[in-house]
Design a protein around this ligand. Structure first.
Ligand code: SF4
Ligand code: SF4
Length: 158
């Protein structure tokens, strides 16, 4: 299948819209911890995702958006829009939405998820996004690798 990645991400960004895990600004819980990176850290771009923000290539085809704590919100990459959740996949390619345990040290939404009232629309949208990504072989592989990482972190924390 030849995926038109530009169109695919336009559609994905439209689906996510302004949705966030909470109806309120979760940055007030943690003083915006996930945006407190520096030039050495960053948010990983999805396969073929384009961005106008500065990008650092770090081996293995990994591209990180390096933002130094601030960005034009409308330009933030998909990883920032969905953090700290992720569309995981099982061996049959079925999509789920799970807490991204890779961010557990940083984000109270992962560690206190039982006490928080989430916006269901966010999860519905993210599942839809996951299904779109899973239709493309390269993106499906990306989801598979991330799912393995998330499972490893999750097992470690339990
Ligand atoms: S670290 Fe978690 S709670 Fe804090 S702003 Fe980021 S997503 Fe929200
Ligand atoms: S790109 Fe923007 S939303 Fe993402 S971590 Fe950086 S400042 Fe935060």
């Amino acid at each position: 299948m030849n995926t038109d990645y530009t169109k695919m991400y336009e559609n994905i960004f439209k689906i996510m819209g302004d949705l966030t895990p909470l109806k309120a600004d979760c940055g007030k819980l943690c003083d915006g911890a996930c945006c407190k990176g520096d030039e050495l850290t960053g948010m990983r771009l999805f396969p073929f995702e384009k961005t106008e923000l500065p990008v650092k290539k770090v081996g293995g085809g990994v591209r990180l958006v390096v933002c130094e704590s601030e960005c034009d919100r409308s330009k933030r990459p998909l990883a920032c829009r969905i953090f700290p959740f992720f569309p995981t996949v099982d061996e049959k390619g079925r999509v789920f939405v799970e807490a991204d345990f890779r961010g557990a040290r940083l984000c109270p939404l992962v560690t206190h998820s039982d006490e928080i009232v989430f916006d269901k629309r966010f999860f519905k949208a993210l599942k839809k996004v996951g299904k779109i990504l899973a239709k493309d072989e390269v993106c499906l592989e990306f989801l598979r690798e991330a799912t393995e990482e998330i499972d490893t972190y999750s097992a470690f924390l339990k």
